[in-house]
Design a protein around this ligand. Sequence first.
Ligand SMILES: NC(=O)c1ccc[n+]([C@@H]2O[C@H](COP(=O)([O-])OP(=O)(O)OC[C@H]3O[C@@H](n4cnc5c(N)ncnc54)[C@H](OP(=O)(O)O)[C@@H]3O)[C@@H](O)[C@H]2O)c1
Length: 293
Amino acid sequence: MSTSAPTAAGEQAAPSATAPLTLDRLAVVGCGVMGKAIVKGLIDNNFVAPAHVTASVASDDSASALGAYFPGSTIVRDNITAIKSADVVLLCIKPFYVRTVLSEPAIVAALQGKLLISICAGITLAQFAALIPNTRVVRAMTNTPARIRQGMTAVCGGAAATKQDVLLTVKMFQNVGRCIELPETQFDTVTALAGSGPAFAFMFIESLADGAVMMGMPRKIALEMAAQMVFGSAKLALDSGEHPALLKDSVTTPGGCTIAGLLSLEDNKFRGSVARCIEATSRRASELGQPKK
Ligand SMILES: NC(=O)c1ccc[n+]([C@@H]2O[C@H](COP(=O)([O-])OP(=O)(O)OC[C@H]3O[C@@H](n4cnc5c(N)ncnc54)[C@H](OP(=O)(O)O)[C@@H]3O)[C@@H](O)[C@H]2O)c1
């Protein structure tokens, strides 16, 4: 896991000595798949104390389930109460609820002096500035591997956010994986590559296993082998820093079986399909926060 702060270009840099290392009081507005993943990582890493977390959800059922999942934390069904309890507010509701939630009459006053961190796909910093003027907002895009602290997150600060706000957000997300700072112009691509990417990786793992099942391997073994192979290959690419093409070549014996498989993928336009998948997902991500036509 990365432990240093990033530069604007997305490269890791030395952490600032002035940045706070922990959160004091955190409110989580919307605490489903992603909210739970992030808060669990923060609590497990002692980045925030359970007693200093207040989460708000919509339904009674979710509230009682969350109470059992985060013992010692406060679970409410009132966003204003949650926001008032904290210094930092993590917004983890679905994008189509953002306008309604942030248009509550008491919201601007409740948010005064607080940092709002949004993980909502497609909602831009300009849209936040229009909905909650003068609020310090940092936009973050993360992914479900945050559940096991192997997430990939990008962050970008709004006009009112300070450098310290961005640094705190980076440190926060480094508790659940890697985190870098990127310009907002990259966020639709981040949404596709990091946010939606796990779905594509899971489909790849499932397809690999299907091929092995076709050859007679039991599915349980095929799935474990496929997942560990993808995990190991990803870790090798990250740890070695070598270009994937070189790593691929190191597996490919002339006249061997790997090149037979690679050519079969090329015949079926594998690389173009995957690259176009990220392009299509990015384009759709750019439409998410926009009004329906
Ligand atoms: N899932 C991903 O892979 C992923 C990846 C990157 C980013 N994101 C972003 O993360 C955000 C959350 O996604 P998710 O998958 O975690 O969604 P989710 O599992 O559906 O969770 C949404 C949460 O919001 C709560 N909620 C709904 N209406 C609310 C309201 N008016 N006030 C307060 N809370 C409310 C829900 O409560 P109830 O359960 O009571 O309805 C639930 O706890 C989205 O904006 C998405 O774009 C998701």
